[in-house]
Design a protein around this ligand. Structure first.
Ligand code: SF4
Ligand code: SF4
Length: 175
C-alpha cells in the first residue's frame, strides 16, 4: 500500500495573496456597511436594539390586582417547579378573608435563573409572567436578586401589569 503525499501548490505557499484577498473582503464589507446600512449583519447596540418575538421569555414580572397589590397567592407552585431553585417566597395570612395567603417576600436570584419559563407555566393565577426585557445590568451582586418591589413595581412597568385574574372577580364568580 502506498500513500501519495500532496504537496501544497506554489500559490498557497505564498501568504501575501491570501492576506490581500482577506483585506479586500474586509474593505468590501466595511464599505457596504458604511453605505448600505440596511444590509448590515450587526446592530449599533445600545442605540439600536433587536426586536424579539412576543413569545420571548425575558425578565420576570409579578402582576397586580385592581387595587395595586401583587396577584401572587404564595402557593409556591412556581418555586417548586423552578429547576434552578432561584425563587424564594415567604407567605403570610392576608387580612382579607377572601384572600388565603399573600407573599410578604418574593425573590428571584436572576443570576441562577435559566429563563425556562416553568414558573410562568406553573402559576395558576397569572401572577408571574416573563416579559420582553432581557438586559440585567447591575453594579453589585445584591442587585441581581429581584424583590417584589422590582418584580411588580419597577419604573418601566408604570404602576404594575394587571393580572388577567382578579380575586374579587373570582370571588363573585364563585371560582
Ligand atoms: S424562568 Fe425557570 S429558572 Fe427562571 S425563575 Fe422561572 S422556573 Fe426558575
Ligand atoms: S407566582 Fe403564581 S405560582 Fe408562584 S407563588 Fe405566586 S401564585 Fe403561586
Amino acid at each position: 500500500m502506498s500513500y501519495v503525499v500532496k504537496r501544497p501548490s506554489a500559490r498557497s505557499q505564498w501568504y501575501l495573496p491570501a492576506i490581500f484577498s482577506g483585506m479586500g473582503l474586509t474593505c468590501k464589507k466595511m464599505l457596504r456597511n458604511l453605505f448600505v446600512r440596511d444590509k448590515m449583519q450587526t446592530l449599533n447596540y445600545p442605540e439600536e436594539k433587536y426586536e424579539y418575538s412576543p413569545r420571548f421569555k425575558g425578565n420576570h414580572v409579578l402582576t397586580v390586582k385592581k387595587d395595586g397589590s401583587v396577584r401572587c397567592t404564595a402557593c409556591m407552585l412556581c418555586a417548586t417547579n423552578c429547576p434552578a431553585q432561584c425563587i424564594t417566597i415567604k407567605a403570610a395570612e392576608h387580612d382579607d378573608p377572601t384572600v388565603e395567603k399573600y407573599p410578604i417576600s418574593y425573590e428571584i436570584d436572576i443570576l441562577r435563573c435559566v429563563f425556562c419559563g416553568f414558573c410562568e407555566e406553573a402559576c395558576p393565577v397569572d401572577a408571574i409572567r416573563m416579559g420582553p426585557e432581557w438586559q440585567t445590568p447591575a453594579l453589585n451582586g445584591g442587585e441581581f436578586t429581584y424583590d417584589i418591589q422590582h418584580l411588580a413595581y419597577r419604573a418601566n412597568l408604570k404602576g404594575g401589569i394587571p393580572s388577567r385574574l382578579d380575586d374579587q372577580e373570582r370571588h363573585k364568580a364563585g371560582i
